[in-house]
Design a protein around this ligand. Structure first.
Ligand code: C2E
Ligand code: MG
Ligand code: MG
Length: 400
């Protein structure tokens, strides 16, 4: 069994309960981490919209009453899901081929079809196919870091921090940087957070250790820049999983005063994991605010960062998720979303930041809409600490 399977989410859509349960059981036997079922297209859409993580594998029956398989696939393609699709059917192989072609044209990745009665080895084969074909294209690391490897990296001080500049729109100056964690692997080199954040978040203790390691490094670094005459705001990502320690604000305060960094220049970007605003988290976030740290709602607009959180928590910054930013200049729907998000943030007296800006057209649009700051590859990739002063110098010269 492939140990990467544990990280996968599968959705089985079939009107026959027996078939659904059978396929689900086989997927579970393959070690798939999360298996959802839906009895028709409409409930499949609902399931997908409600899932915490995107679906990786979608098993879809073709012959269903109501919204049939073909319509279901169209609806899924419209949702831009990146899952590998497996057609389930007892129907004519020719028809399956036609449907598979149609699905590919809609942009779905078809891994194959399996016919009833399903066998365990067919399921294992399409899952293997997923790892070979779909996973690399999804930009997911082929490599998954184990809990032990991550713990060892924290123990051995192999957690590194990269910094991505945030640019103020009004005067084009570098307003600050966001600290983004990386892990140095003895064999594989520098590893991106997507390969280990989920594992870090499995336990509150582990993600807290990681958060503290990042805070420690980033705040010390901000202090060094400051002494070298470089005043930069610093944003650090804290997941709600690590907001379980009531003394976290005290610890950060301590780090800041040791490094000689002003609280008002530090922003906590809160990323949602499983926990919704519990009393504990509210308490900790309020204590950060009372000490004049700033709070940003990260990935705003995704299922994880919603209006409900905005109302309950004392955020000072709203950071619009990059899925609403990239390509907005050419997309009226995205423009509407951006327009209202920016207006919402402003009305709530928050600084509005757009992340994932890759094109000038989007930058100009954001400027027109009154967005305060932008962050994205258009300005810079995340950089090693040593490259930040040079970037700031070149950027400032260019902006002048
Ligand atoms: P995030 O906080 O939303 O960070 C932005 C991510 O978008 C970064 O990925 C950044 O490299 C990427 N990005 C920036 N500009 C562009 C762009 O123009 N185009 C595209 N396609 N991507 C862009 P990265 O560094 O891989 O981090 C991914 C996520 O991992 C972060 O998303 C954050 O949720 C999490 N993360 C990173 N560092 C930490 C940390 O220290 N603690 C915790 N809890 N989570 C972290
Ligand atoms: Mg962030
Ligand atoms: Mg974000």
């Amino acid at each position: 069994m492939d140990k990467r399977n544990a990280a996968l989410t599968a959705l089985v859509v079939d009107d026959s309960r027996t078939m659904r349960e059978m396929v689900s059981a086989m997927l579970e036997a393959q070690g798939i981490g999360h298996v959802e079922q839906a009895e028709d297209g409409v409930s499949a859409f609902r399931a997908i919209d409600g899932l915490e993580k995107p679906v990786d594998l979608l098993f879809c029956d073709l012959a269903m009453p109501g919204v049939d398989g073909v319509e279901t696939l169209r609806g899924l393609a419209a949702r831009n899901i990146e899952a590998g699709v497996v057609l389930l059917s007892g129907v004519d192989p020719k028809l399956i081929k036609t449907v598979a072609d149609m699905a590919e044209q809609l942009g779905l990745r078809v891994l194959g079809s399996i016919s009833k009665p399903f066998r365990e080895d067919q399921i294992a084969e399409v899952v293997a196919q997923y790892h070979r074909i779909v996973a690399p294209k999804r930009g997911r690391p082929a490599l998954t870091i184990t809990a032990q490897e991550l713990e060892a990296a924290i123990d051995d001080n192999r957690i590194e921090v990269f910094y991505q500049p945030k640019i103020r729109v009004s005067d084009s100056q570098v307003a600050g940087v966001e600290a983004l964690v990386r892990m140095r692997h003895p064999a594989y080199g520098l590893i991106q957070p997507s390969a280990f954040i989920d594992i870090a978040e499995e336990t509150s203790k582990r993600i807290t250790r990681l958060t503290l390691a990042v805070l420690q490094k980033a705040i010390a670094q901000a202090g060094e820049w400051r002494r070298a005459g470089l005043e930069l705001g610093l944003a650090v990502n804290v997941s709600t999983q690590s907001l379980r320690r009531l003394d976290l604000p005290d610890m950060v305060e301590d780090m800041a005063s040791k490094a000689g960094v002003d609280h008002t220049s530090i922003t906590m970007e809160v990323t949602e994991s499983q926990v919704m605003g519990t009393a504990e988290i509210l308490h900790i976030l309020s204590r950060f605010r009372l000490r004049n740290f700033k709070l940003s709602i990260d990935d705003f607009g995704t299922g994880h960062s919603s209006l409900a959180r905005l109302r309950r928590l004392p955020f000072t910054e709203l950071k619009i998720d990059r899925s609403f930013v990239d390509g907005a200049a050419d997309d009226p729907d995205l423009q509407s979303i951006l327009t209202s998000s920016i207006e919402l943030g402003k009305r709530l007296r928050m600084t509005v930041v757009a992340e994932g800006v890759e094109r000038w057209a989007d930058w100009r649009l954001l400027e027109r809409l009154g967005c305060d700051q932008i962050q994205g590859y258009i300005a810079s990739l995340p950089l090693a600490a040593a490259d930040i002063p040079g970037f700031v110098r070149r950027w400032t010269e260019r902006a002048a």
